[in-house]
Design a protein around this ligand. Structure first.
Ligand code: SF4
Length: 511
């Protein structure tokens, strides 16, 4: 997403899309898609789209904005049919423009299909070069995948008569070439197809309606339309839904299957009412707080969470340490993740536009403040200042994940390495920068244990620098260069360093 100079953002990692696919003869599939997308709005707020088919033609409606802005009775009325897919997008590759809104549609060679993507390919450039595509002809990794599939279908169409399964066969040919993170939903005039990459970075689940099937990024998208959860799609699995039911195939070589679900789905990205690896995300977050309390206890009067995602961990922390939990910050519910402040003066109010302190909870008290992560630290610092102004006697910051040190290449936007506070500073330096009395992060071992999954397989690359799938060569070179040089730090820290100096090297970052 582009951030202009007048925008204030909430300094959280950003998701990269929610997807849904529904096959339900006799049911209002466009409306069901709409409701499911509504339940996935937290995964992307830039654009939304739905494609449906009546068995003859595919119709696509998509636009910039929230699901509720893009769709109304009029736009939904134009979406006929008994099968459809939907997508809500936050861009991590490709620009934030209508052209990149999804579903992506292709309609050549008498075959139509549409595609929705959650994730981020790591070999987009190589694939485009291999396919002889000119620079600029592809607008995003999702666009590239659609182009590769369309070309494959076109190639087949020249040789064989149509049996209606060109999309399935095209995918089986193209999928093994893709690297990185991808949970796809696709459709042609008669099938809904779901695919999860061999690592299963992004979630995708299967649900059952009375007379149909649903694929969705998260289980609340099933709940909202009365579908029953059946199971998660396995890493490396492709499912094909049609009039004959659900078929499952394995298009990837078995040696590539290596489950590494993004651990930040548990920490922050997924809704609390989602189930991942059969575990409740909410309860996992409460356990993260409990582990954090055991790991870093402190004497205090009140435990409070930073709304909204810090709250379950704060409850867990309070329960474990037997200190009262109280609401100390009220969130303005009607503000988006990013909003535009018209001038610098208003922008400096930043965090106050989003959070307001409850003085009765704060004044004269020693606070434990629990949040799920610190990315750039700007919002946390402003929030701490606000709590001090509201009369906090002490502020002990507790974070329910380890320090976020490495950028994500698998579909989360966290900014560059130089923007990540913990990539540049030690924990003590971060404590000083935030102006808190103490600071502690949950360890990776405790985080993984708190998921309750018996370590079913996770990516934690942004915490460890250990990337389960190779990152693009040009990007990894850039990371190395950034790490070898003195990193950009917040202006205040740079000032402080003039008298002391903080050395940062590649090896230190690995420690
Ligand atoms: S690098 Fe971090 S944010 Fe990205 S997929 Fe891995 S755990 Fe998730």
């Amino acid at each position: 997403m582009a951030h202009d100079e007048t925008s204030f953002d909430d300094d959280s990692p950003r998701e990269a899309c929610g997807v849904v696919g529904i096959y339900a003869p006799g049911q209002p599939v466009a409306h069901l898609n709409y409701l499911s997308l509504y339940a996935l709005q937290h995964r992307g707020q830039e654009s939304a789209g739905i494609a449906t088919s009546d068995g003859e033609r595919i119709t696509v409606v998509k636009d910039m904005g929230l699901v509720s802005n893009v769709f109304n009775d009029r736009t939904l009325a134009g979406l006929d049919g008994h099968l459809g897919i939907g997508q809500t997008r936050y861009s991590t590759t490709g620009s934030s423009s209508w052209r990149n809104a999804q579903p992506v549609y292709r309609g050549e060679f008498q075959r139509e299909f549409a595609l929705g993507h959650n994730g981020n390919l790591t070999n987009t450039e190589e694939l485009a070069q291999e396919a002889g595509m000119l620079p600029g002809t592809i607008t995003s990794d999702s666009d590239l995948v659609a182009e590769l599939i369309a070309n494959q279908i076109g190639h087949e169409s020249n040789h064989n008569a149509s049996d209606g399964r060109e999309l399935e066969r095209g995918l089986v040919k193209i999928l093994p070439k893709l690297e990185g993170a991808f949970s796809f939903v696709l459709m042609d005039e008669a099938h809904i197809i779901g695919v999860r990459d061999p690592n299963g970075f992004r979630p995708l689940c299967l649900g059952k309606l009375d007379n149909g099937w649903v694929l969705a990024s998260e289980t609340p998208a099933l709940d909202i339309i009365g579908a029953h959860f059946v199971r998660e799609i396995d890493p490396g699995e492709m499912v094909i839904i049609s009039a004959t039911g659900v078929r499952s195939i394995q298009p990837f070589p078995v040696e590539r299957i290596n489950p590494t679900l993004c651990v930040f789905e548990f920490v922050y990205f997924a809704r609390p009412d989602t189930q991942l690896y059969t575990q409740s995300v909410h309860h996992a977050r409460v356990r993260m707080g409990q582990f954090l309390a055991k790991q870093a206890p402190v004497e205090a009067d009140v435990v409070m969470g930073v709304p909204e995602s810090g709250i379950p961990a704060a409850e867990g922390y309070a329960k474990e340490i037997k200190i009262p939990y109280a609401q100390g910050l009220v969130k303005n519910r009607y503000i988006g993740r990013t909003f535009i402040a018209p001038n610098q003066e208003l922008r400096s109010l930043g965090v106050r536009m989003k959070l307001n302190p409850l003085r009765d909870t704060i004044s004269g008290n020693r606070l434990v403040v629990v949040d799920d992560s610190i990315v750039r630290g700007t919002t946390t610092r402003a929030m701490v200042k606000m709590l001090r102004e509201a009369g906090a006697k002490e502020i002990h910051m507790r974070i329910s994940s380890p320090p976020y040190r490495w950028p994500c290449f698998y579909g989360m936007d966290t900014g560059t390495r130089s923007e990540l506070l913990a990539a540049n500073l030690t924990v003590q330096e971060i404590q000083d920068y935030l102006d808190v009395d103490s600071l502690a992060y949950l360890t990776l071992d405790n985080l993984l244990e708190a998921t309750g999954t018996n370590n079913a397989g996770f990516c934690s690359a942004c915490l460890t620098g250990d990337y389960p799938v190779d990152v693009p060569v040009n990007l990894s070179k850039k990371i190395l260069e950034e790490s070898m040089h003195r990193l950009e730090k917040p202006a205040e820290i740079q000032q402080e360093e003039l008298s002391g100096g903080i050395q940062q090297s590649f090896s230190e970052i690995h420690e």
